[in-house]
Design a protein around this ligand. Structure first.
Ligand SMILES: Nc1ncnc2c1ncn2[C@@H]1O[C@H](COP(=O)(O)OP(=O)(O)OP(=O)(O)O)[C@@H](O)[C@H]1O
Ligand SMILES: [Mg+2]
Length: 853
């Protein structure tokens, strides 16, 4: 698309707007248009030189001018929709002031920075034969630092850039690669959006999720910046061509697509030029991060290809800017290496601390049976705030997720409701899914880039109304009615969970909606849009509704179930309080249940890393003594200092009483040591199943279960001490360096603990020597308050006497054990809960008599 045709096609309004932005007077522009017509180049020529271009042509060609670099840059976009003039007039005052007094005609960079779309104004071609962008002019500093403020003020309404944003911009202007590590909500996007407004070149942003790209494009459109996204989620196949012709200032693209578009991008790099490749959410590069995406790793082609060594027309390598809020030190190193970033890469590192987030962890079964207790407060909060009438809300999800047949939970839900017919149908479905014995398709572990489609593919500056015309359900409140309280996002691990909980909340009178990657796209769009318009109180989502979501007033993030890593947790918690106001991040976790790794293809090394991340997250939840914020930022390598945040549950409630664990620790480690040495004399448990299986499987390697069973059997005072308690002790001893995991792949809970040298020294120390003081963790405290908890096989059997436990188990909310049982149930032909109960009871009885546990 060439300049003249564009110039002839665009509206006079737009030309007026642009030129006003540049600082020309309205009267002069109108007069020039009246004389030379609505062609920007000619209008400018006329105003500067008092005449129109002699070479002015009707639409269709710039060929005659193609050798002139400045005119080649004149309008690389061709014809595109333009914004309303009033938007521009309203926002031009400051730039007008600056450009007056001749600056407009002498400073190309100033002009380039002033205009909205990626147009290299040809007006300076006479005064400056070689047009220069800010980037080209810079020597590590901007020629016009105030230009950034102007652009910032004009497009985003902010008065100044933050320190880290300036550092990133400095690196970019010095043509350097840059890794930006800054907290969620700190404003990383501006680091790569501003360059698009300071130069005539295009910024290409690589982003992992369509929903995220979509969100950012919409925002940019509202801020008067043209942007588009490319990828399989892009419904309009013309957008890609237009983007590669330089018609959008910012091009968002998913990694798969960027790899496909290498050749067009090289052309784009030549004309009109690529200012920057930004790789957002760059932790996705790392195998050791929480959200590894293999295609991100292949983005090293950007550094390899877009350098002056390969592309002779480039004066400098095109800078890479990689950004994330959640990268540990290990992940950072992996990013730099995997992307082959320059050895002179600037690392811009700011604090990960979010001072307005209040972290809390609570124990919960995190099942339907605990909704009532856990969400009472939330329901109350919204009900009070809008004078709750007691009426239930219409449920916002019309379609069940596609994966409902995969859930074993649905069987027991319906059974407990007594709806036999429905139950039978569901049982049949469940039987099928149980045979697979996998919840994989229930989980939004790695939402693909296609998780979210949008109907609107291109985003032109200010061309969209405030709210986008997505279908709106009749029951919703008007968009002007904002919530008294900001919205809440509840993260649940399974898709089914999103629907169940959203249902529950709707029935309780809240405006809630479920969101997961398997729901119809129209629904997802609607939820997204209503969430942004404050017409939803609660979104119950899987991780599909996570990274990058930027809504300022989210007041609560609730995790209903343990995330897979602290990175994921902090990333999702980071959706809260982006306006800087106090916000709550509450994690509900079942302390009594060992969290499991979601199924995925992993190498041994990745499995090891995944378990480590899950374990760190579980330890965070069980922590009773260290400020939550401190743990979180320390996880990312930041020293928090001696004081806590003074807001989290730990800072507020204080730690529990310390306990001297020396005796228990000594006993435990002695048994472990005896196992290690295979010194079984005197231990007298050769005949037990568990010991035999331990020896068979681990050949003398200590086994946690066996050791605990032995202690409980041999020492009456520990007979009722729950296995959960001993796991807590093992955690303490591991943390202190007295035991270590002997298994090749350590799990979340220590399985084969062996004493370390320090542990052996402890064993040989005298009893009267200093005690082993530590804080019991949350699981230990719970186990102490409830010594009969259902945590061992024997207790599992006993647990059936408890009506609440029985109800839950029959309702199918008992997790791993239930799942396994269910999967074996099919061939045995049990059809009723009673039969299953009988089988379980007789099995646990057999176990008790044979295993002595
Ligand atoms: N200089 C600034 N002054 C004031 N507000 C700013 C500034 N820069 C960015 N913001 C605001 O901060 C909010 C968060 O920005 P952004 O979405 O870029 O965060 P982020 O760092 O990318 O977070 P995440 O890691 O969660 O994606 C935005 O609403 C943005 O308008
Ligand atoms: Mg972001």
């Amino acid at each position: 698309m060439e300049a003249n045709s564009a110039g002839a096609d665009v509206s006079a309004d737009h030309i007026i707007a642009e030129l006003l932005d540049m600082g020309f007077e309205f009267d002069n522009i109108s007069e020039a248009i009246g004389i030379v017509g609505p062609c920007r180049a000619d209008v400018v020529e006329f105003m500067l030189n008092g005449s129109g271009s002699e070479q002015r042509k009707p639409r269709g060609g710039l060929q005659g001018r193609s050798s002139d670099r400045s005119t080649r840059l004149a309008n690389p976009r061709g014809n595109f929709k333009q914004s309303s003039i009033t938007d521009h007039i309203a926002s031009t005052t400051s730039s007008k002031m600056e450009s007056r007094g001749g600056e407009a005609s002498t400073s190309y960079s100033c002009l380039a920075a002033s205009i909205g779309p990626p147009v290299a104004a040809p007006i300076c071609s006479k005064s400056k034969p070689k047009p220069q962008t800010l980037l080209e002019n810079s020597r590590g500093e901007f020629d016009r630092p105030d230009k950034i403020s102007t652009v910032l003020q004009k497009h985003f309404g902010f008065s100044c850039v933050k320190g880290f944003q300036k550092e990133a911009l400095d690196a970019w202007s010095a043509h350097k690669d840059c890794l930006v590590l800054a907290a969620t909500g700190s404003g990383k996007s501006l680091c790569f959006q501003i360059p698009a407004l300071l130069t005539t070149k295009i910024v290409v942003v690589i982003s992992p999720l369509i929903s995220l790209m979509h969100d950012q494009c919409l925002k940019l459109a509202k801020h008067g910046v043209s942007a588009c996204f490319l990828g399989s989620g892009q419904p309009d196949n013309r957008v890609e061509g237009k983007a590669m012709a330089g018609m959008y200032k910012i091009v968002y693209v998913c990694p798969e697509t960027v790899l496909r578009l290498m050749e067009p991008l090289k052309k784009l790099a030549e004309k009109p030029g690529i200012a920057l490749f930004a790789i957002d959410e760059v932790h996705c590069v790392s195998k050791w991060g929480h959200d590894f995406r293999p295609d991100y790793r292949r983005l090293s082609v950007l550094r390899e290809n877009f350098c002056s060594r390969k592309l002779k027309f480039l004066e400098h390598d095109i800078p890479l800017m990689a950004l994330t809020a959640t990268a540990t030190f290990h992940v950072r190193e992996d990013i730099l290496k995997s992307l082959k970033m320059s050895e002179h890469t600037s690392v811009v590192l700011t604090s990960f601390f979010r001072p307005n987030l209040r972290f809390t962890v609570k124990h919960s079964k995190t099942s339907a049976s605990s909704y009532g207790e856990d969400f009472e407060e939330l329901i109350g909060t919204y009900s009070v705030s809008r004078n709750f009438s007691g009426k239930g809300q219409k449920i916002l999800h019309e379609v069940e997720p596609e994966s409902e047949s995969s859930s074993y939970e649905s069987l027991d839900d319906s059974a407990s409701d007594g709806e036999d017919a429905v139950a039978d149908t569901k049982k049949a479905k469940v039987a099928k899914s149980l045979a697979k014995e996998s919840a994989e398709h229930e989980l939004d572990q790695y939402p693909g880039v296609d998780d979210f489609d949008v109907s609107c593919g291109e985003f032109l500056e200010s061309s969209l109304p405030e709210s986008i015309a997505f279908p709106v359900q009749s029951h919703e409140t008007s968009s002007s009615e904002s919530l008294d309280q900001g919205p809440t996002i509840v993260y649940v691990p399974t898709r089914k969970g999103t629907v169940e909980l959203a249902n529950y909340l709707c029935k309780s009178g809240l405006k809630a909606a479920a969101y997961n990657a398997k729901m119809p796209r129209s629904h997802l769009r609607q939820v997204h849009e209503q969430f942004h318009r404050n017409t939803l109180e609660v979104v119950v989502a899987t991780i599909a509704f996570g990274m990058g979501i930027d809504k300022s007033n989210v007041r609560r993030i609730i995790h209903y179930g343990l995330p897979q890593s602290l990175e994921a947790y902090y990333q999702e918690a980071g959706r809260a309080g982006r306006d800087g106001k106090l916000s709550d991040c509450t994690l509900y976790c079942n302390f009594m249940r060992t969290p499991t790794l979601l199924p995925n293809k992993r190498s041994d090394e990745q499995t090891r890393a995944a378990y480590r991340m899950l374990r760190d997250c579980f330890h965070y939840a069980l922590n009773t003594s260290t400020c939550r914020a401190k743990i979180l930022v320390k996880y990312f390598g930041e020293d928090f200092g001696p004081d806590g945040c003074q807001m989290c549950d730990i800072c507020i409630n204080g730690p529990p009483q310390m306990h001297d664990f020396k005796e228990e620790a000594g006993m435990f480690m002695n048994v472990l040591q005896a196992q290690t040495d295979q010194a079984t004399e005197g231990m007298n448990y050769d005949s037990t199943d568990c010991y035999r299986s331990g020896r068979r499987n681990f050949g003398g390697v200590p086994d946690f279960r066996t050791a605990v069973s032995y202690i409980r059997e041999k020492f009456p005072r520990f007979a009722m001490t729950d296995k959960i308690w001993w796991q807590g002790l093992a955690r303490i001893l591991e943390d202190m360096g007295y035991i270590q995991e002997a298994a090749e792949i350590p799990r979340v809970i220590v399985q084969h603990p062996e004493p370390t040298r320090a542990g052996l020294n402890l064993l040989s120390s005298q009893p009267e020597e200093e005690g082993l003081y530590a804080y019991p963790d949350a699981a230990m405290l719970l186990a102490m308050s409830n010594p009969r908890s259902a945590s061992s096989s024997a207790e599992w059997g006993r647990g059936w006497a408890d009506p609440e436990i029985r109800r839950q188990r029959l309702a199918g909310k008992t997790g791993r054990r239930k799942r396994k049982r269910g999967s074996r149930k099919q061939p045995t032909g049990f059809t009723t809960a009673k039969e299953r109960l009988a089988a379980i009871l007789s099995k646990s009885k057999r176990r008790r008599t044979s295993g002595g546990r």
